[in-house]
Ligand binder design. Sequence first.
Ligand SMILES: *Cc1c(COP(=O)(O)O)cnc(C)c1O
Length: 399
Amino acid sequence: MISPFQNPIYVTRPLVPNYNELEVELKKVLESGQLANHGPQLDKLEANLKSFLKVNELTLFCNGTLALQLACKVLDLKGEVITTPFTFPATPHSISLNGLTPVFCDIEEETLNIDASKIEALITPRTSAIMPVHVFGNPCDINKIEEIAKKHNLKVIYDAAHAFGVEVNGESIGNFGDISMFSFHATKLFNTIEGGALTYGDKSLTEKLYYLKNFGIKNEEEVPYIGLNAKMNEIQALFGNLLIGRVDEEIEKRTKITMQYRMNLEGVKGVKVLAQREGIKYNYQYMPILIDENTFGLSRNFIYEELKKYNVFARKYFYPLCSNLNCYKDLPSSDSSKLKVSEQVANQVLCLPIFGELQIEDVNKICEIIQNIQTTMVRPKQEVLNSKSRVAKPIHGSL
Ligand SMILES: *Cc1c(COP(=O)(O)O)cnc(C)c1O
């Protein structure tokens, strides 16, 4: 019997500034008297992020969801937006809150991203854009999506919430499509407690985005747009400025952790790790695995519950699918017969703990626990063979 971890191990732990450094810098911000409304910390963070993300245009927001909503707004989208059901609810919500209809497209088994070969069949005269997600930091089929967008005159907004620092053949992930959104929520690789940014190629969007995140206000007397209050404040920006220099080290640590997980789990029957592709610089923000119930002998849900007994809190990202949420399940595109891969993946996926401070011995122990669950809980082969019903439904313990 492996003993549980003494303290709970959650799926992630935020990167935080050094306390003494924060104290010194926070004092300066407080003494400056400027806490909001585009102060020097915000300017500094924009410059830092443009350089880190290798992008020319970038605007900061108080969170990623409002950034994504305003991305739809600034491009003046109409009608329908094709997206993936295998994402965080913020993706389709950003579409819906603009009065647009999300249209769910199935995903690819290899990358868990929108299946570009299935996009064209969903285009109607009402379609104005595609909103793909680089799920778990795995880049989408950028070339194919660009080709489709050009052919049908559609905009592309990437939800790059998971893809901070990712590069494709040396090109920043933030330089594809019309706009990309990054989230700086505490659970993400780089954080400003809460925060987000849009990156884009069209310089002319900058001015309008500044108005849109500031109530649509241009100056003291002119309010040309209906806007939100979606500005990042100085203390959020300070957090970001104190952390940006540590992101490379964080990615390095997560790389080692990922390699250890992959090595340990490679031989475990019924566990699949995603393939790494050539030419991509990953950020290792997540450690997803897919559990095939038939081969593993136990379901994803069973393993998820068992892990808790060892104080390991993995997450079922993204279960349930957005297309199965009450607010979206009646859409024509939510029909599960058209989302077969998404349905299967949502039932198999499990995101294991990953964060820079996680020790390699902890990774080894988590993997041992998974293997131990398999060896102790799965019925001996002969017994399974003797009973068909048991093949379909292995022991589910407390479930
Ligand atoms: C975190 C996340 C968001 C939302 O970002 P916030 O900054 O928390 O508002 C949007 N999309 C995806 C895929 C996310 O993981």
